[in-house]
Design a protein around this ligand. Structure first.
Ligand code: SF4
Length: 61
């Protein structure tokens, strides 16, 4: 499943990169998916990061 971060909602808490640094990173102060990791949406850690994103900015589709 595909992961994306909605830049309109993300406010750069950094929580996603802290929880799953192999998939998320900080990009100019905002959360972003690392290049080549966009299809890691089946990873339970990614699901958990999405559920805990305080801005509900992480989409798993
Ligand atoms: S956890 Fe959510 S609000 Fe925080 S950096 Fe990641 S996407 Fe942005």
């Amino acid at each position: 499943m595909r992961i994306s971060v909605d830049p309109e909602l993300c406010y750069g808490s950094g929580e996603c990169a802290y929880r799953v640094p192999s998939v998320f990173t900080d990009e100019d102060g905002f959360g972003a998916v690392l290049p080549g990791r966009e299809q890691e949406g089946d990873d339970p850690d990614v699901r958990e990061a999405a559920e805990h994103c305080p801005a509900q900015a992480i989409r798993v589709t």
